[in-house]
Design a protein around this ligand. Structure first.
Ligand code: ADP
Length: 314
């Protein structure tokens, strides 16, 4: 029996690079993710999200760098039973019944939890005798979740799990995902384009753009690190006092007004830019506003908070 206790770090990426012919899909990717988090991986199309998930699922070989899952190198055979991966198209056999699909899960996975898998399927009123090909998108996703959770993974990798679902099914299945992950202490890493879903579901974030990590850390550390400042532009620009004193993630001037997403330390109320007599307004942005600003400005300095920082091996 191997030790199934998850280590403190579910994922440790150390200077991962992946090249496809002449293009880098992933560059200099280093971070660590504590176990037990629900983490979103966010970024525009082509950012490298699927490439990273593919490396973690052992489907893609990195060009250089190392990746550890639960403290074990990703190419160690024990990783196979500890990690579940759900691809974007949720490949299932359409001619199999739901019961046959779960039986396949049972036969392929030594740690299989049949009761858990059946409970997930039944709580959505999915008939065990129905053929997978006849199910709705939401029902198929439920069966795919049952297969993934039935494996009792320590780490669940999901590539845009909710993208093809209607809002009702999305709401239901995100609730299911969070409840199961909390009950079993599963670490979840999911890529998503839906920023409101990310804000609701995830307590940790990884933002990729152009194959590089732009932001990483717990949301409750990332959000207070940003301030949204709006006010009157000076000579058609963001006032110099702001631009020089803080990291400007993004700024826009429209007519006489400017708006700027800045990074700064300490609670908003204590910061000079939020002083009551300041010639602009300062507010805490939503996570969605921060993510949009970060993705629109791939050249802004990266923000990797200490907890997520993986010092690269010399
Ligand atoms: P995302 O999931 O964020 O949309 P991907 O990881 O799919 O991004 O892709 C990152 C980059 O790598 C893109 O430029 C994409 O075109 C390229 N890429 C992905 N897979 C392949 C492949 N098999 N062959 C060549 N280029 C690829």
């Amino acid at each position: 029996m191997h030790d199934s206790t998850p280590g403190p770090w579910a994922i440790e990426a150390d200077n991962l690079w992946k090249r496809y012919r002449r293009r880098w899909a992933l560059q200099e990717c280093s971070f660590r993710l504590p176990a037990g988090r629900v983490c979103a991986m966010v970024g525009p199309n082509g950012a490298g999200k699927s490439t990273f998930l593919g490396i973690a699922a052992r489907l893609i070989q990195p060009s250089t760098g190392t990746l550890k899952l639960g403290g074990v190198p990703v190419d160690d055979p024990t990783v196979l039973t500890r990690v579940a991966y759900l691809a974007q198209d949720k490949p299932l056999y359409p001619r199999f019944t739901v019961a046959e699909t779960l039986r396949l899960g049972r036969e392929l996975n030594p740690r299989w939890d049949q009761a858990l898998a059946e409970r997930i399927v039944r709580s959505g009123d999915v008939p065990l005798a129905a053929r997978v090909g006849t199910l709705s998108g939401g029902q198929r996703t439920r069966v795919a979740f049952a297969l993934a959770f039935g494996k009792r993974p320590e780490l669940l990798l999901l590539d845009e799990p909710m993208s093809d679902l209607d809002p009702l099914a999305r709401d239901e299945l995100s609730g299911l995902l969070l409840a199961e992950a909390a009950e079993h202490g599963t670490t979840v890493l999911m890529s998503s384009h839906m920023l409101s879903e990310v804000e609701e579901m995830c307590d940790h974030l990884l933002v990729l753009a152009g194959g590089r990590l732009r932001m990483a850390g717990p949301t409750d550390a990332l959000v207070p690190a940003h301030t949204l400042v709006t006010g009157r532009a000076v000579d058609g620009r963001v006032p110099r006092e702001l631009a020089e004193r803080h990291t400007l993630v993004e700024s826009r001037v429209s007519g006489r007004q400017f708006s700027a997403m800045i990074r700064t330390d300490g609670p908003l109320a204590d910061r000079p830019e939020a002083a009551p007599d300041a010639p602009w307004d300062a507010m805490t942005p939503s996570l969605e506003e921060i993510l949009l600003a970060c993705m629109r400005s791939p050249d802004a300095p990266a923000l990797i908070v200490d907890e997520a920082r993986k010092e690269t091996a010399a």
